[in-house]
Design a protein around this ligand. Structure first.
Ligand SMILES: Cc1cc2nc3c(=O)[nH]c(=O)nc-3n(C[C@H](O)[C@H](O)[C@H](O)COP(=O)(O)O)c2cc1C
Length: 232
């Protein structure tokens, strides 16, 4: 190709690239959002996972899924704690014991789907939390000992379904919300919940449909917020 033509192509391509990125930023059409989906559902036909799938579909962004059942994460014993310390000392974020924490800290938005089990959630999720609560990756401490968040996520959406009704959420969603506020620095946490699914005679479809309408409302609220953020 003639050098002249190549130079002319370059002259046109650079302003176009700059203009396109400015347009993407201000119009909120940047599809490169990094959304992390932590799937802590256990059953194959999980209703919680179905609600999370609806949220993801409506959100319209690509999502990276971490399915805790297939990850088969091991609980933290002394050997693993020492190994993790060593990886931290070497700043080896690709290490198996740091990779989940690194991924969590980099996400722009996080979705957790977990069924309501025994007042909280399945133990796989607690093991995952032990894996991501890493000082220096997802949070650190100020000089006077206060935790300070290092995660970039703007929000965390917690999706759950329960067999009964009128349940306390302090030990499941409430616990995750507290972790987000006190440790990770994620201020905006939301709960999507469908209750009463296992009560005899319950209309499962109607309950899940009502939760989907809640998701529609949540998405509208998030999109409104994102629109305002882009205006500023
Ligand atoms: C091990 C286990 C523990 C559960 N604990 C509770 C509970 O404490 N309270 C409740 O209302 N339902 C409880 N349930 C019922 C589930 O919350 C309900 O069936 C839920 O919709 C399951 O979600 P899934 O369809 O995503 O698996 C429990 C179910 C299982 C299997």
């Amino acid at each position: 190709m003639n050098t002249n033509i190549r130079e002319r192509q370059f002259i046109f391509a650079v302003p176009f690239y700059i203009w396109y990125n400015i347009y993407k930023y201000f119009s909120g059409r940047d599809n490169a959002m990094n959304i992390l989906y932590i799937n802590a559902c256990v059953r194959v036909n999980s209703r919680t996972a179905r609600l999370a799938a609806y949220y993801i579909e409506r959100r319209g962004h690509k999502v990276k899924e971490t399915a805790l059942i297939s990850e088969r994460m091991t609980v933290m014993d002394e050997g693993r704690l020492n190994e993790r310390e060593e990886a931290l000392r070497k700043s080896d974020t690709e290490n198996e014991l740091l990779k989940f924490a690194a991924e969590f800290s980099r996400a722009d938005e996080i979705i957790i789907a977990a069924p309501y089990w025994d007042l909280s959630f399945p133990s796989q999720l607690k093991t995952y939390i032990e894996n991501i609560c890493v000082p220096g990756v997802t949070f650190d401490y100020t000089d006077d000992g206060f935790p300070r968040g290092l995660c970039r996520a703007k929000r965390l959406i917690y999706v759950t379904t329960a067999g009964g009704r009128g349940l306390p959420y302090d030990f499941g969603y409430g616990y995750i919300k507290a972790l987000c506020g006190a440790y990770f620095g994620i201020e905006d946490t939301r709960l999507i919940c469908a209750e009463g699914l296992d009560i005899v005679g319950a209309d499962e479809d109607a309950i899940l449909e009502a939760a989907r309408r809640d998701i529609d409302g949540l998405i509208a609220d998030i999109e409104r917020k994102e629109g305002t953020e882009h205006e500023h």
